[in-house]
Structures are given as C-alpha cells and as structure tokens.
Ligand binder design. Structure first.
Ligand code: MTE
Ligand code: MO
Length: 217
C-alpha cells in the first residue's frame, strides 16, 4: 500500500475512540464541532428507498484498480462467511444533526478490503449504492478499525429506510460517506468525487475536523 496522505483524526476523540476498541464514556460527551443532538433517529437520504429483494440475487462487486486487475463479486453467502463486528457509534449528518449511540453490526470493511484488495498504488475508493448515489472515501478509511458494512442496527436487521440489506458505516466521517443499499466498491489511483462531494461537500469529510464543505479544502 502506498503512503496515503492520512488527514485523519487524532487517535482519541472526545467521548470516544476513533477506531480501536469500544470505549464508552458515561460523562456527557462532546459532539464534533457544529453538531447538535437529535433525539429521534429519522432516516435521511436523497431519492427513493429500494424495494426489498431476494438476497439470493444480491451481490457486492469490488472492482476498478484491484490488486489482481479483476473484479471480485461477493454474494450474500460470501459476506455472511466473513468475520463480524459490532460497534456503538454516533452518526453525524453534515446538516448538523447527530444521532447518538447507534449500535451497528456487520462485516468489518477491512475484511472486505482483505478479500478483494486494491492495487498497491490505489489509495482511493468510490462506494456506489442504489439509484446512482456514491461517496468517495480512502482505502485507509475502509481499513479503519470501526468501519463496517452493516447489516444490523440496534440488534435488528436494517430497515429498508436505513439501508437494507447492507450499508457502509465509517463513524469518524460525516454520514453522507456511508452509502445505504451499497452495491459496489471501485478502487481508484487518483482522487474522484462522489455525489455530495461534487455538490459542494468536502472531499474527506472528517466530522471531528469539521470538514463539511468543499471550500474548506
Ligand atoms: N444510498 C444512499 N445512502 C446514503 C444517503 C443517500 O441519500 N443515499 N444519505 C447519506 C446521508 S447524508 C446520511 S446522514 C446517512 C443517514 O443514514 P440514516 O438514514 O440511517 O440515518 O445516510 C447516508 N447514506
Ligand atoms: Mo447527511
């Protein structure tokens, strides 16, 4: 893996740990700058919610600048065979709403990267979802210990509105970096901008650095 420009967050965040093990601070914790707590976790997204389909036809494709040069297509059964992880994290929407203490369960993103690795010089990834939504992240973001492809929220299978059957969660980034109804991951050698990143939002989107808007880059 090349040396990636790691504009990531400090190891210890106020009120929690970015990556690494679970650390639950019972003191009132601080939120990232400019965020306010929301008591009800209402789903939010652009466009319609895909209908439930048979998981036998579901797949996640990893393609683009892969190490092998070929794409990898993972079935639902392939994903089920991977290690799992549960994390408790806050979801920070760039519109300033934070939803606290969500428990996500799924496949650590780093295991997907291990199963279908990028080429040595591919440091970027675009994550695609239903209806053309996509968000750019870095391979380092996917390798961060708390990044996961979630299938469950608060102990239940994801509802259609929250991304059934699978959505990406990267807690240190703003919510838009976590596509719901995920369909593919495309590795890139050069930076590319996703749906919101093309519409005025920040390339990196670290919530603790308040990387909200593209003009801050
Ligand atoms: N496919 C898709 N994924 C998406 C979005 C979207 O519009 N489409 N919105 C993003 C945004 S802006 C946020 S804040 C979170 C919200 O997740 P939630 O609805 O589970 O709270 O989903 C993200 N994932
Ligand atoms: Mo958002």
């Amino acid at each position: 893996m090349p040396e990636v420009v790691r504009r990531s967050s400090p190891t210890a965040y106020p009120g929690g740990v970015s990556g690494g093990s679970e650390f639950d601070c019972s003191d009132p914790k601080s939120l990232p700058p400019g965020q306010r707590r929301e008591s009800v976790h209402r789903p939010r997204h652009y466009g319609p919610v895909p209908r439930r389909r048979d998981l036998a036809g579901w797949s996640l494709t990893v393609e683009g600048a892969t190490a092998s040069g070929a794409p990898t297509v993972l079935s639902w059964a392939d994903m089920q065979a991977m290690p799992t992880l549960e994390i408790t994290a806050d979801l920070h929407c760039a519109t300033r709403s934070t939803f606290e203490d969500l428990t996500w369960f799924g496949v650590p993103a780093r295991h997907l990267v291990a199963a279908a690795p990028p080429a040595d010089d591919a440091a970027y990834a675009m994550v695609y979802a239903a209806y053309g939504y996509h968000a750019n992240v870095t391979v380092d973001d996917l390798l961060s210990p708390r990044a996961l492809f979630a299938t469950h929220l608060n102990g239940r299978e994801l509802s259609p509105e929250h991304g059934w059957p699978m959505r990406l969660v990267i807690p240190h980034l703003y919510g838009w970096k976590g596509p719901k109804w995920v369909m593919s991951v495309v590795y890139h050698r050069s930076p590319q901008r996703g749906f919101w990143e093309q519409r005025g939002y920040h390339f990196t989107g670290d919530a603790w650095r308040e990387e909200r808007y593209a003009y801050q880059e």
